[in-house]
Design a protein around this ligand. Structure first.
Ligand SMILES: [Zn+2]
Length: 150
């Protein structure tokens, strides 16, 4: 099972910039499938957004900040090569496979067994909160996301 953790709100107690960077911009399954179909040609952010199925602003707000490969022409317009974007995405957002009773620890950078998890329902999310058995970091695992996911 692949996790698609999205932006967390109101969870500052474990939220760090690092967490935010890794979680923001992660694509859903169907978007990933469309990513593979991108061609070795330049797209505008708007075209790229349509092809993959995300919001154009996501390019500016997330991917550009994270160093997505791009070119600016002499009119300052942004161009992104589809193939380069796909390769960059796969590198920057590696696929994380989680077992049924696992959560991903961002400190240990690997899936860990959920230790004494508590089920929490909050703000459209249903998720497990547990502690990493290796480092003790508080970890979420989203089960349902009514606010962001579809
Ligand atoms: Zn850990």
């Amino acid at each position: 099972m692949t996790i698609f953790l999205k932006i967390w709100v109101n969870e500052e107690d474990y939220m760090t910039d690092q967490t935010e960077i890794i979680l923001k911009g992660r694509l859903k399954g169907y978007q990933r499938m469309r990513l593979i179909k991108l061609l070795d040609m330049e797209y505008t952010p708007g075209e790229l957004a349509i092809e993959v199925g995300f919001n154009r602003r996501q390019v500016y707000r997330v991917y550009m900040h994270q160093g997505c490969p791009h070119r600016r022409d002499n009119k300052r317009r942004l161009w992104i090569n589809g193939k380069e974007f796909q390769e960059w995405y796969e590198f920057f957002y590696p696929r994380i496979e989680l077992g049924k009773n696992e959560a991903f620890c961002l400190t240990c950078k690997k899936p860990v067994i959920m230790n004494n998890p508590h089920l929490i329902k909050k703000g459209g999310f249903i998720y497990w909160i547990c502690k990493c058995p290796n480092c003790g970091r508080k970890l979420p695992r989203i089960i349902e996301n009514k606010k962001w996911g579809k």
